[in-house]
Design a protein around this ligand. Structure first.
Ligand code: NAD
Ligand code: MG
Length: 380
């Protein structure tokens, strides 16, 4: 029996992780949940699931007796490192997941990680925490889970490259000039996945795929030159690994995040899941296209950041997080999101980022630069 803590339990991934826990009462017990917003949904989860511990960003009263309650950052780090917890599902969005991640890894937990921003920004600190605590880091992001599974079929030295698939987002076929006036409601309507609003927006701008190229580089220790992206609008092939004899191993399934969430929790075991099986004959039109880098500057910038190293990945992420907030607040246009990131990267004096302080300083600078960009532009 494994005790599970779901950090970010009210979100899209968090709710699906709860489904997985519920589907396997013989394997998993819900030990703790945490959330930051939607207090009503959080209280409803406590009422329905009776976790042992519940942590919120602000003080709150548990609707059921006997639940240990905590609030604030330290309580979140403590839950991530709680000696009773075996598996931490990291479903918080944004760089806010970095400290809970380090806390869980230093305590030797298995972390089923959905959050990509913490991997992109954390760099060597994540590796060091993993080594120090002797824990495990298992990917949940569908592309990284696919690559992880494809890599199980061969030896590392036999691998030529990793091939990430991308749906292309809702505007894949729209000319760039038409994208200027895209509204938040249009931007978060993803064609194949239902997700939280920030990652849905990132999928529309292709910033998500840029983050995933960096995430794959971190997780699997591959250079950018050996990570390709292919546009695959149907989201059936979740990613691939090309081996040196030319063979490509691919991972296919219905687009249901409960599959990669569950595999990260049960690995190396593969057990029945709440997701439905793929009926490949229902998808006669699987297609693949090479991305046009000129059309998707967000992707090109990610490769450039990987190449440049240092604080660039942190700045890419931080400027994007801030620009996304400004876009949702109606203060920035859709194409201005990638322009904010380019602006921040242009002005950031790259330097090594080694410590947590370095990372947070680069993140703060990126956000300030994104604000500066916004204050000097009119909405377009
Ligand atoms: P979401 O916005 O639906 O949920 C985020 C959760 O994190 C919520 O419970 C929220 O209360 C909590 N949270 C937000 N800010 C926080 C903070 N500052 N401190 C503590 N908790 C905070 O997001 P999501 O779509 O579930 O995505 C979560 C992460 O998983 C993201 O990093 C995303 O990129 C990644 N991911 C999501 C999907 C998906 O299908 N949704 C797929 C792959 C990867
Ligand atoms: Mg993904």
């Amino acid at each position: 029996m494994k005790n599970v803590a779901i950090l970010g339990s009210t979100g899209s991934i968090g709710r699906q992780a709860l489904d997985v826990v519920r589907a396997h009462p013989d394997r998993f017990a819900l030990y703790g949940i945490s959330a930051h917003s939607s207090e009503a949904a959080f209280l409803a989860q406590i009422q329905a699931e009776h976790p042992r511990t519940a942590v919120f960003s602000r003080p709150f009263a548990s609707p059921v007796p006997g639940v240990d309650t905590g609030w604030g950052d330290q309580a979140l780090y403590d839950l991530a490192a709680d000696p009773q917890v075996d598996v931490v599902v990291l479903a918080i969005s944004g760089i806010a997941a970095l400290l809970p991640l380090l806390s869980a890894l230093k305590a030797g937990k298995r972390v089923a990680i959905a959050n990509k921003e913490s991997l992109v920004c954390g760099g060597d600190l994540v590796k060091e925490a993993l080594r120090q605590g002797g824990g495990e880091l298992l990917p949940v992001d569908s592309e990284q889970s696919a690559i992880f599974q494809c890599l199980e079929n061969g030896r590392r030295e036999e691998v030529e490259k990793l091939i990430l698939t991308a749906s292309g987002g809702p505007f894949f076929r729209r000319p760039r000039e038409e994208l200027r006036g895209i509204t938040p409601a249009e931007a978060v309507k993803h064609p194949t996945w239902s997700m939280g609003r920030k990652i849905s927006l990132d999928s529309a701008t292709l910033m998500n795929k840029g983050l995933e190229v960096m995430e794959a580089a971190r997780l699997f220790d591959f250079p950018g030159e050996r990570i390709d992206v292919l546009i695959h609008p149907q989201s059936v092939v979740h990613s691939m690994v090309q081996y040196r004899d030319g063979t490509v191993m691919a991972n296919l399934s219905n687009a249901d995040m409960r599959l990669p969430i569950q595999y990260a929790m049960t690995w190396p075991d593969r057990i029945p899941s709440p997701a439905s099986s793929l009926k490949l004959w229902e998808h006669p039109d699987l297609s693949f296209f090479k991305p046009d880098m000129a059309r998707f500057p967000a992707l090109q910038m990610a490769y450039d950041c990987l190449q440049a190293g240092g604080g660039c990945p942190v700045v890419y992420n931080g400027a994007n997080e801030r620009a996304a907030e400004l876009f949702f607040a109606g203060k920035l246009g859709f194409l201005q999101i990638e322009e904010s990131v380019a602006y921040a990267l242009d002005r950031f004096e790259n330097r090594p980022v080694k410590s947590l302080e370095d990372i947070l300083a680069a993140d703060g600078e990126a956000r300030r630069l994104a604000d500066e960009f916004q204050s000097t532009r009119s909405l377009a």
